[in-house]
Design a protein around this ligand. Structure first.
Ligand SMILES: Cc1cc2nc3c(=O)[nH]c(=O)nc-3n(C[C@H](O)[C@H](O)[C@H](O)COP(=O)(O)OP(=O)(O)OC[C@H]3O[C@@H](n4cnc5c(N)ncnc54)[C@H](O)[C@@H]3O)c2cc1C
Length: 505
């Protein structure tokens, strides 16, 4: 039999990285001040804040290691009123940040939740920078890829999400006596008393089976549900077009919160990105490659047509938000990028490999891909044959190209496109399929301003908190891709939950 003192010492020395048998951790710890379901972006700071205030924490994570989405995330964060902004003379405030989010989301962000996030975001960034987080050159910036803010308040770590993970991991090691970690262990049920108060979690691991763990409070920080296509579609009303990055994020925590009476909201704010090239035609699909669709980086030489063979947005629309919203209305949120041989040989580089590769494609590579059998790359000797190969009505595609060519000749486009370099007419013709999608979960557990999970009547479930992507992008920032508004609220809300739980003891 392992004795309690030896167990505590062993667990303390390795809290952030080593999995203990569930029974051993129970013997060493419970009841805990906080049990964290999911040791990722939100869960790690929650544990730190609880430990920092003198509490004892158990983190339970389904994955074999901590970090969750931070291993893959760009780690872009946003905050107003940071020390760095002041040093750079950038005037900003949480009120301005919130107003900007409402501008981007067309007033669909929840002012209470988004307001809470932006009010406490600067402390998160200051804390990370104090602990040595290095940013990309020129940061903060107004944005990177999605619609920019009006002010420079986006902070991108030079080593993306993993850089944030390393800082959290180091900090957790410093409080390892107060934080225990169980990896490869899933939370599968909440323990509630007769009055519905949450008092712990039933955990399950392959090695240990099922065990009850008791805690004063439980934080659901189990991330999104993009590894669960059925749940995603049921909560969002849109198929999951893009395959998940984190296989563990199947929405288990969200389901636990729901089973305890928690309300789910935000799925109606779903927005797709402006698309990338899928690895196959079925979904959810991995990303195969990307084209440069920002006119600020490369003016378009191609046509963008939906699966009906019709244009739906001016290809050089400067606002990525307007392009995304236009794509949202198209069947299957798909389009073909259409061009001819003259464009292929004369236009600047169009395609880049998807991360992590990220290299620009040569014309030879593009031609080889068309010559192969990739389902997203089609070419044909005539427009009509290309339409058939892509499943578009040939007569509509012909009319679309004819209209565009007339606009190009006359210098006036119906959709307002300004960049009209070449008419399309030199065979062969080419088309590349693009799929709009989202890496993020939009629906999530509703919380109040204390981050307690609430029922549909607004009443909080005693002892149950939620933070991170399990709240859903729709609840956190409405219908938009406001820069950094997933990682920052996850880190910030995790910390706030830890502080609030300890303040209420
Ligand atoms: C490729 C990519 C790039 C991104 N880039 C950005 C960006 O630049 N800026 C931004 O703001 N957002 C970005 N995001 C989103 C952002 O990274 C995530 O929303 C955020 O990191 C999620 O944090 P979280 O703590 O909620 O979940 P995670 O960090 O995913 O942590 C959840 C943890 O819970 C565990 N878990 C799940 N279910 C259970 C269970 N039942 N029991 C126990 N453990 C469980 C998982 O194993 C995981 O470790 C990006 C996302 C992706 C995929």
């Amino acid at each position: 039999m392992i004795d309690r003192r030896r167990l505590l010492a062993a667990a303390g020395a390795t809290a952030a990285s080593v999995s203990l048998p569930v029974s051993a951790a129970l013997a060493a710890g419970g009841p805990w001040d906080l049990l964290v379901i999911g040791g990722g972006t939100a869960g790690m700071p929650a544990a730190l804040a609880t430990a920092g205030a003198g509490g004892r924490v158990l983190i339970v994570d389904k994955a074999p290691r901590l970090g969750g989405t931070l291993w893959f995330s760009g780690g872009q964060m946003s905050a107003a009123g940071t020390r760095l902004q002041r040093e750079l003379g950038i005037e900003d405030s949480p009120e301005a940040h919130l107003a900007d989010i409402q501008r981007l989301s067309r007033d669909t962000a929840d002012p209470e939740i988004a307001g809470l996030a932006v009010r406490h975001a600067a402390t998160t960034i200051d804390w990370l920078l104090d602990r040595g987080l290095r940013l990309m050159d020129g940061h903060p910036v107004t944005g990177t890829g999605h619609e920019p803010y009006l002010t420079r308040r986006v902070y991108g770590p030079s080593d993306r999400g993993p850089a944030i993970f390393r800082i959290l991991e180091r900090a957790l090691n410093d409080v390892s006596g107060a934080v225990r970690t169980l990896t490869s262990t899933a939370a599968v049920e909440l323990i509630q008393d007769g009055r519905g108060r949450v008092r712990g979690v039933v955990c399950e691991s392959a090695q240990e089976g099922r065990l009850d763990v008791h805690a004063r409070a439980v934080l659901i920080a189990s991330g999104g549900h993009n590894a669960n296509p059925e749940l995603f579609e049921a909560l969002t009303g849109v198929p999951l077009y893009r395959a998940a990055w984190v296989g563990q994020n199947t929405g288990g925590g969200l389901q636990l919160g729901r089973a305890a009476g928690g309300m789910v909201r935000g799925g109606e704010h779903y927005l797709c990105d402006f698309g990338s090239i899928p690895a196959n035609l079925d979904w959810p699909a991995n990303e195969f490659a990307r084209s440069v669709h920002h006119p600020q980086r490369r003016q378009p030489w191609e046509l963008i047509v939906n699966v009906e063979g019709e244009r739906f947005v001016r290809e050089d629309e400067p606002s990525v938000d307007l392009r995304e919203r236009a794509l949202l209305e198209q069947p299957y949120q798909r389009y073909w990028l259409l061009f001819d041989h003259a464009v292929l040989t004369r236009a600047p580089t169009l395609i880049h490999s998807a991360p992590p590769a990220r290299g620009a494609w040569t014309t030879d590579r593009l031609l080889q891909t068309f010559a192969g059998n990739h389902p997203a790359f089609r070419s044909a000797a005539t427009l009509e044959a290309l339409a058939v190969a892509c499943g578009m009505p040939p007569d509509r595609l012909a009319a679309t190209v004819q209209e565009y060519n007339a606009a190009q000749a006359g210098g006036h486009d119906r959709l307002g496109r300004q960049h009209l370099p070449l008419a399309l007419g030199e065979p062969p013709f080419y088309a590349i399929l693009h799929q709009g999608s989202s890496l993020l979960s939009w629906a999530g557990l509703a919380v109040d301003s204390e981050l307690r999970v609430i029922r549909s009547d607004g009443s909080p479930i005693d002892g149950l908190y939620a933070a991170g992507e399990v709240l859903g992008k729709g609840q956190l920032s409405g219908q938009c891709f406001a820069g950094g508004m997933m990682v920052t609220p996850a880190l910030t809300f995790g910390r706030l939950v830890g502080q609030r739980i300890m303040a209420s003891t």
